[in-house]
Design a protein around this ligand. Structure first.
Ligand SMILES: C[S@@+](CC[C@H](N)C(=O)[O-])C[C@H]1O[C@@H](n2cnc3c(N)ncnc32)[C@H](O)[C@@H]1O
Length: 445
């Protein structure tokens, strides 16, 4: 990316990072520049074959990054694509991560699907001249899209990119976001652009991240273009995503999932608290790592979570004392790390917690709904679920988790239920099982 965004910087790699989405075709199969150069003569001049090392391109050359995107879209997705000089040039592996995450959200059962006929329709806020998300979503998954933008050049080129691909052109509509005449000429994000009675499975957005073009700055290591309109908006991404949140609070269940990408992790916390304020039912976050840069994904919904039945394959233990061993703990982790992680595991689902570092214990109080969220976690980094109704204390599960050092590399984790005769003791065992699974996958070799 030519603009230095404020994502975490990692060692430069020309290939996607190891934490790319596992179903992203580039996650373990990075673009092969040599083979692309032999297949596409127009790409060849940009590839260096210097002394035995892997062929490279000059990431500071806009023409090289644009040509790479063009040949990848053509070669891997059968898409004809182009953008005029200076327009933001997307990297295909990076943008694919977001599309695959959306696919995960749609297939997860956290909130029920409204789709009777399996047709998925998405909305890409700020599709850009590159129109990358609708093109990828349509070609990978057959989704239909509305892509919106405000600039003439984006609208013109997004439309051109759609029309250059007759096999997906019926699936994609490009729409201009309206500007409301007012003192500060407010541009619509979803309200006023989404038509009456329209419903969508999701919206997505790669917002203008920065408050000023100076803040965007030029990253001397890459060149992917990006005009002022593409990179900058008043208040930066926080203001832009706040607008999406405000619109979502009006449109509510007209979208099954609202999502946005973020360039700054620091913005997640505030935006998540805004989401709870407007009464969302679910919040999910993830981190996208591609090469040297991290981005964050934020998703939320107003759809009531699916009623989850906890079905245990074997009769659920009703013991009020449970334990498991963490063996083969990776060297960098201490018992204190595990204790903190236990607390975070429950807190991230909205449960209240009290950590005591002297006794190496955490006291937890979780509502039955929070317990259900815990037991329905999936592979996404963090899940937060909020009950919209107030729960009485009789619905709460109170328990203590203790961490004991056994020998180097081995910890014993014990859980004890506060009220032994609690009707929720079966639920305690399922919750404790989820904790075991999460801690083992995080800390054990
Ligand atoms: C960072 S670019 C993203 C382009 C493309 N989606 C991508 O990922 O490469 C942000 C886009 O949002 C557009 N934009 C800014 N304000 C908007 C609004 N209120 N409604 C729709 N699009 C907007 C900009 O013109 C720009 O094309």
């Amino acid at each position: 990316m030519s603009m230095r965004r404020n994502g975490k910087k990692r060692a430069r790699s020309e290939t996607p990072g190891s934490t790319a989405h596992p179903r992203n075709k580039y996650s373990d199969n990075p673009p092969d520049f040599a083979s692309l150069a032999s297949l596409y003569p127009s790409f060849k001049p940009f590839v260096f074959f210097s002394g035995g090392s892997r062929p490279r391109i000059d990431w500071t050359d806009y023409n090289a990054t644009r040509e790479l995107t063009r040949v990848l879209l053509l070669h891997d997705h059968g898409l004809s694509w182009w953008i005029p000089d200076g327009q933001l040039c997307p990297t295909v592996p990076n943008r694919s991560n977001y599309i695959h995450w959306i696919n995960d959200l749609l297939s997860s059962q956290i909130i029920p699907s409204s789709r009777g006929n399996n047709k998925v329709k998405g909305f890409d806020i700020g599709t850009g001249a590159n129109c990358i998300y609708p093109l990828l979503g349509a070609s990978l998954f057959g989704w239909s899209f509305v892509g919106s933008d405000i600039t003439d050049v984006a609208l013109e080129w997004a439309e051109k990119n759609v029309q250059s691909n007759p096999h997906v052109s019926d699936l994609i509509e490009i729409r201009r976001s309206r500007i409301i005449p007012s003192e500060d000429d407010v541009t619509m994000v979803l309200l006023g652009v989404v038509k009456d009675n329209e419903t969508f499975e999701f919206c997505m957005c790669n917002p203008p991240f920065f408050e000023t073009f100076e803040e965007a700055g030029l990253n001397p290591k890459t060149s992917c273009g990006g005009t002022h309109e593409e990179m900058v908006c008043v208040g930066g991404e926080q203001a832009f995503v706040t607008r999406i949140i405000q619109d979502s609070a009006v449109l509510r269940e007209r979208f099954r999932w609202y999502t946005s990408m973020l360039g700054k992790k620091a913005n997640l916390k505030l935006l998540i608290s805004k989401l709870w304020e407007v009464g969302v039912t679910v919040v999910k976050t993830t981190e996208f790592v591609q090469g040297q840069t991290s981005r964050w994904g934020l998703a939320w919904s107003f759809v009531p979570p699916a009623t989850r039945k906890i079905i245990a394959p074997t009769p659920v233990s009703k013991s009020s004392l449970l334990s498991f061993m963490l063996e083969g703990i990776k060297r960098q982790y201490s018992a204190a790390d595990v204790l903190l992680s236990v607390e975070e595991f429950f807190k991230s689902c909205g449960a209240s917690s009290k950590l005591n570092s002297n006794t190496f214990s955490v006291d937890i109080v979780a509502s039955s709904e929070q317990c259900n969220t815990i037991t329905n976690r999936d592979d996404v980094d963090s899940v937060r679920s909020h009950g919209s109704s107030l729960q009485g204390p009789q619905d709460d599960l109170s328990f203590r988790i203790l961490v004991f050092q056994q020998m180097p590399g081995t910890l014993l984790i014990k859980g004890s239920l506060q009220h032994k005769d609690s009707p929720l003791s079966g639920l305690f065992s399922v919750v404790f099982g989820s904790l075991e699974e999460s801690m083992k996958s995080k800390f054990c070799r």
